[in-house]
Design a protein around this ligand. Sequence first.
Ligand code: DAH
Length: 340
Amino acid sequence: MENELQRIREEAQKKLAAMQEECDLNALQQQLFGKAGELTAILRTMGKLGKEERAQLGANVNKLKQELEAAMEERRAEFKRRAQELRFEKEALDVTEAGVSPVAMGHLHPMTKTYRTIRDALIGMGFQVFDGPEIELDDNNFTLLNLPLDHPARDMQDTFYINDKVLLRTHTSPCEIRALQNFKPPFRFLMPGRVFRVDEVDASHSPVFMQIEGFVVDKNLNLANLKGTLDAFIRAVFGENVKTRLRPSYFPFTEPSAELDMSCTICGGKGCRVCKGTGWIEILGCGMTNPHELENCGLDPKEWSAFAFGVGVDRVTSLKYGISDIRYEYENDARFLTQF
Ligand code: DAH
């Protein structure tokens, strides 16, 4: 019987040493101590033994049982430790590794870029930003700009009226009135903002769009000052090679009035579909401020002179980036915007 116990001990030790997985421990447990286990079988034979022999065998079996259970426990602990190590290895984080941002970075809207380029060029020439309200007095939007109630030029713009006296400004020109009423000349202002007109949305119209008004009041200003100022910011947006020209036009608040054309950015002035074969593209309205406007705001036009211009930021953006439909500029479709 002692030999049998020794055999069981050695076999169990061998199995334990070679064991790879924790579940094999349970199998061994069954094999030794289960109902049909080897040690259980030996204990069953004890009834047939004499008293002393029985006590001896009982003690030996118990000793072996404790010994093997301790060994199995040790093995189990080892398996646990190893499993934990593996888990830690798998879950290890290298905190020094460079991160990958899960958030796509945005960038400025093309109209914002255009606006900032124009703004910065003008600020470089001593302009300051002046902000006027979107809801305006009819007086500021029309009357004081030399468009009296019965002036035919009022038909040029279809207006969102709030009541007889108040409207959504149709252009940024009423900022000129506010500048004249609130600041002592000389001054140079750029006045950006949203303007509103009753227009159906199409490829070149939007009921809301953005303008920048430029307004300079000083002594002895002339058309050359205006042209030089416009050239500077047109070049800042479109590059040094672009040519400009002033073409006579009419606005009630300027005299003389002009439209600024620039050489076509698509064909370089040779003539193409975009410039309708002329080589020139109309870009903004401008002029020497009408003496009536200065007088309306209490300035003596013999002493003070002024020039002004109004430019559509969406139009400049279309020309700069070759965008054929201004709706793209307002719809904020990411598939469009990510191209810039
Ligand atoms: N206010 C004009 C418009 O919205 C643009 C404009 C033309 C502004 C001539 C001016 C100017 O300051 O001098 O169409």
